[in-house]
Design a protein around this ligand. Structure first.
Ligand SMILES: [Zn+2]
Length: 92
C-alpha cells in the first residue's frame, strides 16, 4: 500500500464517497449485523456515513439488507451505534 493512500468507500444510504476511516463499517455475521473495522471478519461488509440521516434511511429502506444481500437481524446495539453516530467524534 502506498503511503498516504486513503481507501474510499461509498455509503449505502446516500451513495456519497468518503474516506473509509470516516465511515462506519458494518458486516453480517451469523445473520446478525455487527459493526466492525476489521476487513477480514468474513462475509460481506458495507459502509455507512456516521450520520443519523443515513442510518435512518438505511434502516427504513432496508438498504443494509440489500447491500449485504442477506436477511439480517439488526440488534439494538447496532441500532444504537447508528443512532449515536449523529454525534461527532464517533470513530472506530
Ligand atoms: Zn451516507
Amino acid at each position: 500500500m502506498k503511503k498516504g493512500h486513503i481507501p474510499i468507500r461509498t455509503c449505502v444510504a446516500c451513495r456519497i464517497k468518503r474516506p473509509a476511516y470516516e465511515m462506519i463499517r458494518l458486516a453480517v455475521l451469523e445473520k446478525v449485523l455487527v459493526k466492525t473495522n476489521q476487513i477480514n471478519i468474513g462475509g460481506r461488509g458495507c459502509y455507512i456515513c456516521p450520520s443519523k440521516i443515513c442510518a435512518e434511511k438505511a434502516l427504513k429502506k432496508r438498504l443494509l439488507q440489500k447491500a449485504l444481500r442477506s436477511e439480517i437481524e439488526i440488534l439494538p446495539s447496532v441500532q444504537s451505534i447508528l443512532d449515536r453516530s449523529r454525534q461527532k467524534g464517533v470513530c472506530g
